[in-house]
Structures are given as structure tokens and as C-alpha cells.
Write a protein that binds this ligand. Structure first.
Ligand code: NAD
Ligand code: ZN
Ligand code: ZN
Length: 383
């Protein structure tokens, strides 16, 4: 039985034009490739930098401009077929496609830093197929998720039970794992601590939920938009600040004059990163996660940076140990302690998915979920 390698996918050109749904003929599976039938994928703000590379590298010539790129980096689905060197997966497995890779074997994976796995950077530019006209199609971050089916390197997948609805499981690929991991694993928040979260989009709202789950007694949400501040309070924040004025001073006023034990940034703003650093107490932990651009620089006060005894630990996909974190967070989802219904705001089919990106300008839009409605069912075939 032949494997269906023709798919429809949401494709961007990197020049700021609106993404389009087009047919892509996927390349035959390589030795370590896994073909996945996508059930649902989650839209993330980071994709805007693939739609318009000018926002990722302002003023710089970028070779990615003009390339066709399948958008997305977080999804759930079912394995259809695997390449001959794949040992961890077989047809029929339920999986999450994660916004990071974890090979498990490189220097970084074996030295406690899977968030810097060699394969993340080595496979950033990954060809996945071509159009009917023969134009090469690449994938966003070497991943690509908004499609009926897609091939992935095996290090991009984590097996799951499928214990929650697909639209929620798709969030394990980025939002949930990045947000909960940043708080529980990287920030190591523990009971009784104070936590400040800068930015309450979907990522910050997962951080707020995680801080409460970890037993933090003071959870300060910092967010300019009033609707999002309300949402943060509904999800467990104890205080909400509007991000104007002297934010670090306002946080210190809520934390016995010291600053938060753990300060997390999920604003995608270097200003918020600096404020988050300054709002964290001496000896506390600072966790930046956002991306203003690939070239922006963060300025920190020399005295505070060197002598403040703070630990600064950036977090990519919750620290990147996704093989351990995704099953753990799937169980949390299934247990009902998380509130995905307050973070998922819109559902799209593949055809109306281009609307998900302009919708991000509306603060009441947090996470869009794309359900591709595939015409074909998985063949369930190994090769
Ligand atoms: N490291 C990771 O694993 C990871 C994962 C997902 C997203 N991201 C990045 O994290 C950032 C947030 O993602 P999102 O989807 O939640 O985006 P979002 O745009 O929905 O949310 C960002 C929020 O920050 C607020 N904000 C802006 N300036 C602020 C300031 N000075 N102080 C406090 N809040 C401020 C905005 O009003 C907005 O609500 C983006 O840069 C995204 O690319 C990182
Ligand atoms: Zn993401
Ligand atoms: Zn690795």
C-alpha cells in the first residue's frame, strides 16, 4: 500500500504577505523521518517572524525571504509511517509535535541542557517537499504543523496517551510546555514563593496557572491590556499591574520591598525583560522566554547584573526536556487542573487559518487552534 504524501498546508513566503493554503507533495521519508496525520495544531505568536522575516531581523537581508515555509510548530496527531532508522515510534502512535527537538544523545541533551539540543539548530532549515509547480517547500523552524499531514525528524515528536481532546493536546507542543516548564522546571517555583509574570498572552497565562499550581502565594501579572489582566486574575493571579510607570517598584511594593522570588518574561519585549530582571529580588531567578527579534539586545544595569546574585536562565520550550515534560503535562491536562478553555479562543479549519494571524492584534484572541479536516485517514503503515 503506498503512503499518501500529498497534503494541503498553510504556507508563508516570509515577505509579510498573507499565508496561503496550498498543496504540497511531501518528499519521501528519510531514514529518521516520521509521517504524522495532524489532528490539531496550535497557532503561536512566534510564527509572525516567519510570515515577515523583516520583523525577525530588522534591516538585515535574510535568505529566508521568498521561501515557501509551512507554518506552525505545535500539533498533535497519529503516526502514519516511519523511516527505517526510527525506533521510538511506529504507525498508530499518538504523538505531540513539539516546538523544539530533543535527540537525547548530543552534548547538550546529555549535559542537562536539552533546550539547546544540536538538532534544534542543525535542522532549522528543513526541506519538506515541493509544490505541483516544483517550487521547494521548507518548514517553520524545520517543523511545520499547520497541514493535514507532515514529516518530522523523530527528535521532534513525543509519544502521548491521547488523554485529552486534540485541541488541548496540540497545546503541549508549545504553549503549555513552554509556560508550565518555565515556571516549574526552569524557575523551580515552590510553595510560598512570589512570582512576577511579565506579559499575559497565552504564554504568560500558562505561567500564571503554573505558578499557582506550584503553590506560589503571590502571583503578580504584569500586562498593559485590561482584558488580559482580568483573564490572568481569573486564572489565579493574585495581583495585576498595568505595565506602566515604575513596574519593578510596583512589584517590590507587593513583595515586602524585596522583589519577586522568580520573575518570568513572556512579553516578547526587551523592555519587559529588563523590568522583569529589576522586579526580581536579589538572589532570585529570572526566566526570559520572549523574542522581540533575533537581533535585539537587552541592556541590564551593570551593578545589578554582576552583584545582584540573581540567576538568569532563559527557557526554550520549558527548558526543552520535552520527552519527560509532555507526558507529565498531558496528565495534568487530563486531571482537569488546567483551564485550556480560558486560553483557547478560536478554532479554525485549514482554509480559514490565514485569519489567525491578523486576529492576534485583538487582545481577546489568545490561542487559535487549527483542525485541518483531512480528507484521508491514516494508512497505518510501516516502511
Ligand atoms: N521561549 C519559548 O518557549 C516561547 C514559547 C512560545 C512563545 N514564545 C514567545 O513569547 C512571547 C509571548 O508569546 P505570546 O504568544 O504569549 O504573545 P502575546 O503577544 O499574545 O503576549 C504578549 C503580551 O505581552 C504584553 N506586553 C507587551 N509589553 C509588555 C511589557 N512591557 N510588560 C508586560 N507585558 C507586556 C502584550 O500586551 C501581550 O499581551 C513572544 O515573543 C513569543 O514569540 C516563547
Ligand atoms: Zn510557540
Ligand atoms: Zn540533542
Amino acid at each position: 500500500m503506498s503512503i499518501e504524501l500529498s497534503t494541503r498546508a498553510l504556507v508563508a513566503r516570509g515577505d509579510g504577505s498573507a499565508p496561503e493554503v496550498m498543496r504540497v507533495e511531501l518528499d519521501p521519508l528519510g531514514a529518521r523521518d516520521v509521517l504524522v496525520q495532524i489532528a490539531a495544531s496550535a497557532v503561536c505568536r512566534t510564527e509572525l517572524m516567519s510570515i515577515d522575516r523583516g520583523t525577525a531581523r530588522p534591516g538585515a537581508a535574510d535568505p529566508l525571504v521568498g521561501r515557501l515555509t509551512v507554518l506552525g510548530h505545535a500539533a498533535t496527531g497519529t503516526v502514519v509511517a516511519v523511516g527505517p532508522a526510527v525506533t521510538r515510534f511506529s504507525a498508530g502512535d499518538r504523538v505531540v509535535v513539539t516546538g523544539t527537538r530533543q535527540c537525547g544523545e548530543c552534548f547538550f541533551c546529555t549535559n542537562g541542557a536539552p533546550g539547546a539540543c544540536d538538532e534544534i539548530f542543525a535542522a532549522m532549515e528543513r526541506r519538506v517537499g515541493r509544490t505541483a509547480e516544483g517550487e521547494t517547500v521548507w518548514s517553520d523552524g524545520g517543523i511545520g504543523a499547520h497541514a493535514e499531514r507532515m514529516t518530522y525528524l523523530d527528535s521532534n515528536l513525543v509519544r502521548i496517551e491521547g488523554a485529552a481532546p486534540d485541541e488541548q493536546l496540540a497545546l503541549l507542543g508549545c504553549g503549555i510546555t513552554s509556560g508550565l516548564g518555565a515556571v516549574l522546571e526552569v524557575g523551580e517555583v515552590h510553595p510560598g514563593q512570589s512570582v512576577a509574570v511579565s506579559g499575559c498572552g497565552q504564554l504568560g497565562l500558562w505561567m500564571v496557572q503554573a505558578a499557582r499550581l506550584a503553590g506560589a502565594t503571590t502571583v503578580i501579572a504584569i500586562e498593559p491590556d485590561p482584558w488580559r489582566r482580568e483573564r490572568a486574575l481569573a486564572l489565579g493571579a493574585t495581583h495585576a499591574l498595568d505595565a506602566s510607570g515604575d513596574v519593578p517598584a510596583a512589584v517590590r511594593a507587593l513583595t515586602d520591598g524585596r522583589g519577586a522570588d522568580v520573575g518570568l518574561e513572556a512579553a516578547g519585549s526587551t523592555l519587559a525583560m529588563r523590568q522583569s530582571f529589576e522586579a526580581t529580588r536579589y538572589g532570585g531567578t529570572v526566566v526570559p522566554t520572549g523574542l522581540e527579534s533575533e537581533t535585539a539586545e537587552v541592556a541590564l544595569n551593570n551593578l545589578q547584573y554582576a552583584l545582584g546574585s540573581r540567576r538568569i536562565q532563559g527557557a526554550q520550550c520549558g527548558g526543552g526536556d520535552v520527552r519527560r515534560l509532555v507526558p507529565r503535562f498531558e496528565a495534568l491536562l487530563a486531571s482537569g487542573v488546567l483551564r485550556p478553555e480560558l486560553v483557547i479562543t478560536t478554532s479554525y479549519g485549514l482554509d480559514d487559518a490565514p485569519a489567525a494571524y491578523p486576529a492576534m492584534a485583538d487582545p481577546t484572541q489568545l490561542t487559535g487552534i487549527i483542525t485541518p479536516h483531512p480528507e484521508t485517514s491514516p494508512e497505518g503503515e510501516n516502511r
